[in-house]
Each structure stands twice: as C-alpha cells, then as structure tokens.
Design a protein around this ligand. Structure first.
Ligand code: PAF
Length: 271
C-alpha cells in the first residue's frame, strides 16, 4: 500500500496505471467501508482509498470536532486489505485549486438531510468534484446507506458528463440490524440497543404499509419511535428510490428515510 499526501505525486503514480477504482471515505473505517473496498478490489483497476474528514460538509463545528477519527486503526485495516493506494490529503491539497467543473446541485438537495444540515450536500459535492478531478477514477464506490448523497453525486456526474461510473453498494448492517456508520462509534451499548429496536420497528412498518399504505400514520410512528428512545426526529419520509418522488399510493417501490438522534448522535437510515 502506497500512501500519498500530495496530489501531484499521486497523479504521477496513477498515470502509470490502467485506471483507478476509488473508495472515498472520511476514515473511521467499519464493515461498510470494508465491503466497498472488497468490491473495488474485484475490479480490474487499482484500488485507491481516500481518508479526508471534509470540514466543508459539517454544518456545525462541534459535529466536525466530535466526528470519530481512528487513523492508526484505519491504516492497519487498509494494510490488511492490501489496497494499492491510500490518499490522505491536507486541506490545502484539496481546496488549494479551482476545479474545472462547477458543482451541479440537484433540487433534491433541499429535501431530507438538506433541510436540517444547511450546506451539507454543497460541501459533499464540492469535495467529491475535486476528488474526481484529481483522481479521474473509472469507478467510484458509494454506499446506499447515504442514499441522498449517492443520488446527488450521480446527478452531478451525469450533468457534468464526468466519465467515472458509480458503483452503488448495498447497506451493511450489524447483526442487530443497525446500519454501519462511523457515528455508531459514539453510541454506548444501551444506545445501540435503541438503534436496533428502531431499525426493527421501521423494517416491520415497511412490510405493513407495503400491503396497505393507508396504515402509514407519520405522527403515530414518530411517537412510537420516541417511546423507543429516539430523542429528536429530523424527518421520517417515504420516497420512491428511483426518482425520489413522494409516495402516496400503495405497492410502489419505496424506502422509509429517517434521520434521528439518540442523545447527541445523529443517525440516518433508509429501509
Ligand atoms: O460518505 C462519506 O464518507 C463522505 O460524504 C464522502 C463521500 C467521503 C465525501 O466526503
């Protein structure tokens, strides 16, 4: 595994390869990331992982500061996985140039997390646009757990006719159903149990309302979730996952999208 901190040195190395499969991360690597990396390793290109906690996508300084970091452990995991390249840029390496492409922000960025985390998706698209320009990967691997992020990156790539192809990867869950997330590191055992109960509640809810959508009563559901231990619910909404239209009839292909807090930890999922 070769480690790079400077994009020019990285680009020189990449130029010798047939192409790159790229897994962008903010570190705090868990089984979800590992699954993305394993899929990337199956491609015919070299695997490049980046670790960069992007300050521009945090709408609160405190959230940026408390975001879990575990570089030493991450390095060990990546070495064991035998990835080809690791890119750990500085702020200046990423933000010290003007990208050729302007970020395209689809209007869906205003919904769901966009309503509660102002500037979050602008920050994500800004950094991803820069990574794409530096690395020019053939493939970029993104998890469906962050479905809105994935959708918005897809729209940006389509609109700007960028040649990288997104490989959409399924959400990896703990045995207790909770979606893997770096933020789970901030949960204690009891809080993890709450997150698990909430997952099963929503899983069963989806089964029920798929049969009869009239059974969906958001206020009732939110009350139940608070009773289970959710402190604050930013949103609970159902969307068609292909076009992000809201659902109002039964038997459509939809997911339940949720963002909620357990104490100070904000968790998102789509089920
Ligand atoms: O999903 C993430 O970890 C981040 O939003 C990403 C895509 C690495 C951009 O900073």
């Amino acid at each position: 595994m070769k480690i790079f901190k400077d994009k020019h040195i990285l680009q020189k190395e990449i130029s010798k390869t047939k192409g790159i499969s790229f897994v962008p991360t903010m570190g705090g690597l868990h089984k979800g990331h590992i699954s993305l990396i394993k899929q990337s390793k199956k491609s015919k290109f070299k695997t490049l992982v980046s670790i960069f906690v992007n300050p521009k996508q945090f709408n609160k300084k405190s959230d940026y500061r408390s975001y879990p970091r575990s570089t030493k452990k991450d390095l060990k995991k990546l070495k064991n996985l035998k990835i080809d390249y690791l890119y750990i840029p500085t702020f200046k390496d990423i933000y010290g140039f003007k990208p050729k492409e302007k970020v395209f922000i689809d209007k869906f960025s205003k919904k769901l997390c966009g309503r509660f985390r102002r500037g979050h998706f602008e920050g994500v698209l800004n950094v991803v646009n820069r990574f794409l320009e530096i690395i020019k990967p053939r493939y970029i691997y993104l998890g469906k757990k962050d479905y809105q992020q994935l959708y918005l990156i897809k729209k940006h790539i389509e609109k700007r006719k960028i040649k990288s192809k997104i490989i959409e990867c399924k959400t990896i869950r703990e045995n207790n159903g909770v979606a893997l997330s770096t933020r789970n590191l901030n949960l204690n055992d009891n809080q993890m149990k709450i997150a698990s109960k909430i997952y099963y509640y929503l899983y069963n809810l989806k089964k029920r309302i798929k049969k009869n959508y009239n059974l969906f009563n958001p206020n009732r559901v939110k009350k139940d979730l608070r009773d289970l231990g959710a402190c604050k619910i930013d949103y609970l909404e159902n969307y068609n996952i292909e076009n992000f239209k809201k659902i109002n009839r039964q038997n459509k292909k939809f997911n339940i999208f949720i963002a909620y807090y357990i104490k100070n930890t904000r968790l998102i999922d789509n089920i």
